[in-house]
Design a protein around this ligand. Structure first.
Ligand SMILES: [Zn+2]
Length: 180
């Protein structure tokens, strides 16, 4: 049940995801069963989010971030499609929050959505991001924010691939890839 709990936590909002109970026999790996696909995601203990991590102050962020990074992360801006550093990146690693360093996404969950922005089907941990309703620009969307520093990261849409059916559409400028 512990593994089941982990899986459901990982696949936020994915009601159709079930954990294979054989996972206990494969320490270090978490096979995930879906209706049609089996996805194996390697478990990396170092990816754990830092729940007691302190958010940097606004003053620190102003010094640390470039004007454009600050505009997107702290003021909810958006980079133009097909212009960011990571939309076509296929390197392995952990994508961290550019503002505070919180691990947000792993390259194992990254896929080519064709949108021109880096897209993931799940965050690295259900507690690594938070969401809220965004009614700006005449649309109702679900905004995704870093759970530590509340920086804007992008939006999540219900048109992603299995196993979650979600598309976390992120701004490259909000992320920093720590390569493996
Ligand atoms: Zn952050």
């Amino acid at each position: 049940m512990r593994c089941l709990s982990f899986c459901l936590q990982f696949a936020t909002g994915a009601s159709k995801v079930l954990l294979c109970n054989r996972s206990a026999r494969f320490p270090g790996r978490f096979p995930v069963l879906t209706n049609r696909y089996r996805v194996s995601l390697r478990y990396r203990p170092y990816m754990s989010i830092q729940k007691d991590k302190q958010a940097p102050s606004e003053e620190e962020l102003r010094k640390k971030l470039s004007n454009f990074e600050y505009q997107v992360l702290r003021e909810g801006g958006t980079e133009r499609a097909f212009t960011g550093e990571y939309w076509d990146c296929h390197k392995k690693g952990v994508y961290e929050c550019r503002a505070c360093g919180q691990p947000l996404f792993h390259s194992d969950t990254k896929y080519d959505s064709g949108s021109g922005w880096p897209s993931f089907f799940a965050p690295i941990d259900k507690d690594s991001v938070t969401t809220r309703v965004d009614s700006s620009h005449g649309m109702v969307r679900t905004e995704v924010l870093c759970s530590v520093c509340s920086s804007h990261l992008g939006h999540v849409f219900p048109d992603g691939p299995t196993p979650t059916g979600l598309r976390y559409c992120m701004n490259s400028v909000c992320l920093k890839l720590r390569e493996e």
